[in-house]
Ligand binder design. Structure first.
Ligand SMILES: Cc1ncc(COP(=O)(O)O)c(C=O)c1O
Ligand SMILES: N[C@@H](CCCC[NH3+])C(=O)O
Length: 416
């Protein structure tokens, strides 16, 4: 459930008429709904009930300070993958004691910054990283709290680019080596072994792979306990899918309940979740204006002012996202269009073969654009990046200004 609905055939974000937002702020324009973000976050938090748990929103899905500040106010934790994301979380008012740091390539500098901020845990992805964290912590006279990311080798049955829990992926350490690597971690003087984590992929639409992975990790936790290594928290990662088209992913409560069937017997093991997409995807839309309608030899094109540089998912993964008319009261002839941007690439499309009733100047909304939308935007073709709005009831906050022409060459230098 989200808060983008038609009122008298015009699309609203909560109580804000998006046509007005486009008029005021221009297009392309990302629009997020605070009530939707909060609803999704609470769904995870509530479903875990009294079991000790922490919802660590995956910042990479949407790292706008406005979005992060809404989550920080809820008391959310954060899953970060870079020093830049840590800085954003701190700037937005997030609690560093609720931050977990994932990612395969943490630099010494990033590790130092996270230690200085006293984060909750480093999610370690390799033996070499253990040695590096120990060294950086030692130089600061600190103990680094660590978890090891286990690759449970389950098939997440998702797009190959976003499947991460298989032996062939670059993430985590193999289950078969896990005991040895935990023993190694426990032997380092400046590391404090506190957790275990995994993340098997993104946009999963079935709970079964999550439960399979959990079973494998719980067995490993028991094996480690026999060796005197006691795991205090289990971080099950993110990855819960959303409805883009006809997918029927479990609702966050159903997903959490499926995990709780196993966790109920482990009252002392804190559960950490790292949802990104499930919180943000359907909390955002991308508004775009139709520039031209063009009849090709074989296809009709709706050329719009948003492009692959604004929303990369269709071009990168052939991802399908719903595209809807913002004002359905306009009497337009319906035709089938490829909705394409102005970027000079054949792959620059937002949707193919879409039935739409539009003419030049009309607005379209790309749904489910709140996650992995703006964050993957670029300046390709020297296109300034879009503005972002966060709606809260009747109020709309500009949470990122549209880039200006001169921002395009910020930091660049001419040569004589
Ligand atoms: C370690 C980690 N945690 C959490 C996430 C968030 O995933 P999702 O947006 O699918 O919930 C990702 C990205 O896939 C990730 O790599
Ligand atoms: N960027 C991807 C998800 C990647 C998940 C990051 N670990 C998407 O748009 O679906």
């Amino acid at each position: 459930m989200d808060f983008f609905q038609y009122q008298n055939q015009r699309l609203f974000a909560e109580q804000c008429d998006v046509t007005e937002l486009a008029r005021q702020h221009g297009t392309p324009l990302y629009v997020y709904s605070r009530a939707t973000i909060e609803r999704h976050w609470h769904a995870f938090d509530r479903a875990a009930g009294k079991h000790p748990h922490l919802v660590c929103y995956a910042v990479k899905a949407n790292s706008n300070l406005g979005v992060l500040s809404v989550l920080a106010k809820l008391g959310s934790g954060f899953d970060i993958v870079s020093g830049g994301e840590l800085a954003r979380v701190l700037e937005a008012g997030g609690d560093p004691a609720k931050v977990v740091f994932s990612g395969v390539g943490k630099t010494r500098e990033e590790i130092g910054e996270a230690l200085d901020a006293n984060i909750l845990c480093f999610n370690v992805e390799s033996e070499a990283e253990l040695a590096r964290i120990d060294e950086v912590a030692g130089a600061r006279g600190k103990q680094a709290p660590i978890s090891i990311r286990i690759n449970p080798d389950v098939d997440a049955k998702t797009h190959p680019y976003i499947s991460t829990g298989l032996k062939a992926n670059k993430f985590g350490v193999a289950r078969d080596h896990a005991v040895r690597i935990y023993q190694l971690a426990a032997s380092y003087p400046n590391l404090d072994v506190v957790g275990m984590d995994c993340h098997i992929g993104s946009q999963l639409t079935d709970s079964t792979p999550f439960v399979d992975a959990l079973d494998r990790l719980l067995a490993l936790i028991d094996e480690l306990a026999e060796q005197g290594i006691h795991i205090r928290h289990l971080d099950v990662g993110g990855g819960l899918g959303v409805n883009y088209r006809e997918e029927t992913p479990p609702h966050p409560d159903q997903y959490v309940e499926a995990l709780m069937t196993r966790m109920a017997q482990r009252p002392d093991l804190t559960l950490i979740f790292e949802p990104g997409r499930a919180i943000m995807a359907n909390a955002g839309i991308l508004l775009t204006e139709v520039e031209f309608l063009k009849e090709g030899e074989e296809k009709n094109f709706a050329i719009v002012d948003a492009a692959m540089n604004d929303l990369l998912r269709p071009a990168l993964y052939s991802a399908w996202q719903r595209i809807i008319e913002v004002d359905q009261s306009l009497q337009r002839t319906h035709r089938i269009y490829d909705v394409v941007g102005p970027v000079c690439e054949t792959g620059d499309f937002l949707g193919k073969d879409r039935e739409l009733g539009i003419q030049a100047g009309d607005l379209l909304a790309v749904r489910s654009a709140g996650a992995y939308g703006f964050v993957m935007a670029s300046n390709y073709n020297s296109r300034p990046r879009a503005a972002e709005i966060l709606v809260d009831g009747e109020r709309a906050f500009l949470v990122r200004e549209r880039e200006k022409r001169q921002d395009l060459w910020k930091g660049e230098h001419k040569v004589s």
